[in-house]
Design a binder for this molecule. Structure first.
Ligand code: DGJ
Length: 688
């Protein structure tokens, strides 16, 4: 990607970032960077004759909204820079900081564009500094803007709801504006911040390192130009800046490639190398047995211990006590915020944790630290901890309210109570849940449109303090399943519970879209019981295992209820997974087919040297199509596919595909819920 700097700074070449050496074209006449009105490209503003959505909207000290930023200078930096209070990528290569000045209003805008030496990604963030003598208000600030000189884009967005997160949609945009955004206060189950744009220049993947409300807008104007912006959703956002103060936007990422697969690979690499906490990035995830779908709130200490004993016998490595172990929590109505042992029920959570460890398992615990129940002792003693509008009956979702993390005493309380639980149980793992969306936003201390951003600052402060104090505790993000699956969360939580939907057939579209941007090691897939508790559909253990292999394996059932035959099968699964795990963690992964749009598809894990691969094939419906093209192999090598005697060249496997006769997909009028899955090891002559 190259930049041209003249009256404005613009993108003049977009190519593989790996070969990036950003170059600058000085003004041809003067051989100097010339100054003038900036009208598009890296930033854009309102009131100067550009009638597209501006990336920056500022209410100036005099109440006007016109900004005329012109390019001033640029500097180069090496290494990381900090965005105060927000997570950002680590291990940056070069960063170019372009400064634009609005002389009329004495405001500076700096655009930080970073490259990464080992992965094909750019990132961008924007910092506004108020150099005037008056208060100004930022009302809109995109982290990234790209202007394409041509219109007509295909936009892939990932939209959904609870238990149906991130369904892939394609929209052809020939005119007007498409906005992919969230209004829930978080990145949301409704619209993920990850977006793919396909146009004449290729494929572009966009994502945002932020877990609050986001907005990506794609606008095609009458001149058939496309403007793409991404950043904090401006709908419920503003930020006051007093003289001398600055505001730095979250960091956005841009991936460029010639196919969706290239976007996907770049995003995976970027997340593994520059987003995940370095301590956890290369560590294998333990095989978790989680109590939730097995027993919900209905347990006691002896039952959990029995389940843990069985989990150990079956090859489990970590037992998680999910919701229901604290306060007086027998249902969803009470106790959030009372992070003390429900001793009558657990028999002593510290003792139970010791006993579980005594079995040779690690111990994990569930908490929902951002929430408070009105039926709790903490609410009785500190009603002011809850986010409400004074005098108004708050809207409750799942019978709970938010802890007001914009208040310091609340943040301290949360850090203290989570720390206490981790210390008392010596837990190795914390499942951090988040089960509602924002309503009733209010603060007496600052403008209400700042609330959601300030909440995110509070949230990030809390999780980073906990992470610093308990660096060895693996934290798993969860939000009623995958309602907060984003790069901001992944900076602290190396893995995320992908969805509460544990039915394998329904889960496949969720996994497929999730894996497009996010690598397998960030997604948690648990085998639940059959018939499934939510869908009531049956599935074989083999199909559940194969689909769970799309992410980190776990079990979400009462293992004591398995039949002897099932137990034998689960033992084989956990043993196989342990063998495969180092390979899965190291491997590159590619999506096969385009599930659920194509009947056949799946995922292939390929070792870095392309010598070995593991393919998970999935058939979703009846089809005459019996061949599937694989990806990521070396076209010049010959591969042995499963037990087939004759090796096939990588080229043939990837162009003609391989026949998948073994898929035992059966569909009948009565039973349309089946899937067929197949797991195949692929080895080249190099792997012997
Ligand atoms: C929602 C989560 O997604 C579930 O896995 C479980 O932890 C429940 N919350 C517990 O309340």
């Amino acid at each position: 990607m190259n930049f041209s700097i003249g009256h404005e700074v613009s993108l003049v070449y977009i190519g593989k970032a790996r070969n990036l050496e950003a170059s600058f074209y000085k003004d041809k006449k003067n051989q100097e960077f010339s100054k003038g009105i900036n009208n598009g490209n890296l930033i854009s503003s309102y009131g100067i004759g550009d009638y597209r959505l501006p990336s920056i909207l500022i209410k100036n000290g005099d109440g006007s909204y016109c900004s005329s930023f012109s390019f001033h200078s640029y500097k180069e930096m090496e290494g990381d820079y900090e965005i105060k209070g927000l997570p950002s990528s680590h291990g940056k290569g070069k960063t170019l900081v372009f400064s634009f000045i609005d002389n009329d209003n004495e405001i500076k805008a700096e655009v930080f564009v970073s490259s990464f030496s080992d992965c094909s990604c750019f990132s961008s963030s924007v910092k506004i500094t108020n150099n005037s003598g008056e208060k100004i208000t930022i009302e809109r600030l995109s982290s990234l803007q790209i202007d394409f000189p041509f219109g007509e884009d295909e936009v892939y967005s990932f939209d959904g709801c609870w238990a149906k997160e991130r369904m892939k949609h394609k929209t052809l945009l020939k005119g007007g504006r498409l906005e992919v955004d969230s209004f829930t206060g978080s990145s949301s189950a409704f619209h993920n911040p990850a977006v793919v744009i396909k146009n004449k220049a290729g494929y572009f993947g966009i994502n945002l390192i932020y877990s609050g409300e986001h907005k990506t807008s794609i606008e095609t104007d009458g001149y058939m130009r496309t403007r793409v912006q991404t950043g904090i959703n401006d709908f419920m956002f503003s930020f006051d800046l007093l003289p001398g103060e600055s505001f730095h936007s979250p960091e956005a990422c841009l991936f460029q490639g010639e196919s969706v697969d290239e976007i996907s690979s770049s995003s995976h690499e970027f997340i593994k190398k520059h987003i995940l906490p370095p301590f956890w990035a290369g560590k294998p995830a333990p095989i978790v047995f989680n109590s939730w779908e097995g027993v919900y709130f209905d347990f006691d200490g002896p039952l959990l211990l029995k389940m843990a004993r069985k989990a150990k016998e079956l090859g489990g490595e970590l037992f998680v006590v999910d919701d229901g172990w604290f306060g007086k929590r027998d249902n969803e109505f009470s106790s959030l915020g009372d992070w003390t042992d429900y001793e009558k029920k657990t028999g002593g959570i510290g003792k139970l944790a010791d006993e579980i460890r005594g079995l040779g398992l690690k111990f994990g615990i569930w908490m929902e630290p951002e929430m408070i129940s009105q039926e709790s002792s903490i609410y009785v003693s500190h009603p002011e901890y809850a986010l409400v509008i004074p005098g108004k009956k708050p809207i409750k979702q799942r019978n709970q309210l938010y802890m007001d993390l914009t208040r310091k005493e609340v943040r301290d309380y949360v850090v203290f109570s989570v720390g206490n639980v981790l210390d008392a149980t010596k837990a190795s793992y914390l499942k951090w849940d988040y089960n509602r969306n924002f309503t009733d936003i209010f603060s007496a201390s600052f403008p209400n449109r700042e609330y959601l951003f300030r909440y995110m600052l509070g949230f990030y402060e809390v999780v980073s303090r906990i992470q610093k104090e308990h660096p060895l505790v693996l934290m798993e993000g969860c939000a009623s399943g995958g309602a907060r699956f984003d790069l901001g969360i992944l900076c602290y939580f190396p893995q995320i519970w992908t969805s509460d939907n544990t039915d394998p057939r329904a889960r496949i579209p969720i996994d497929m879209s999730t894996l497009l941007f996010y690598p397998s090691q960030t997604t948690c897939n648990h085998i639940a019981c059959s018939p499934n508790n939510n869908s009531h559909l049956t599935s074989s253990l083999e199909d559940r295992f194969n689909t769970a292999l799309l992410g980190n394996l776990g079990y979400e059932l009462n293992p004591c209820l398995l039949t002897e035959k099932e137990e034998r099968e689960v033992k084989k699964q956990t043993a196989l997974y342990k063998k495969l795990r180092p390979f899965l963690l190291e491997a590159d992964s590619y999506l096969l087919g385009d599930l659920p749009f194509t009947p056949l598809g799946g995922e292939i894990y390929v070792s870095k040297d392309q010598a070995e691969a593991l393919a998970i094939f999935i058939q979703m419906r009846k089809t005459r199509e019996k061949r599937l093209r694989l990806k990521g192999l070396n076209p010049k090598l010959n591969y042995k596919i499963g037990n087939r005697p004759k090796p096939v060249s990588g080229e043939e496997i990837m162009t003609k595909g391989i026949p998948i006769r073994e898929l035992k997909y059966k569909v009948s009028k009565e039973n349309t819920d089946k899937i067929g899955t197949l797991r195949v090891l692929i080895k080249s002559e190099l792997s012997d």
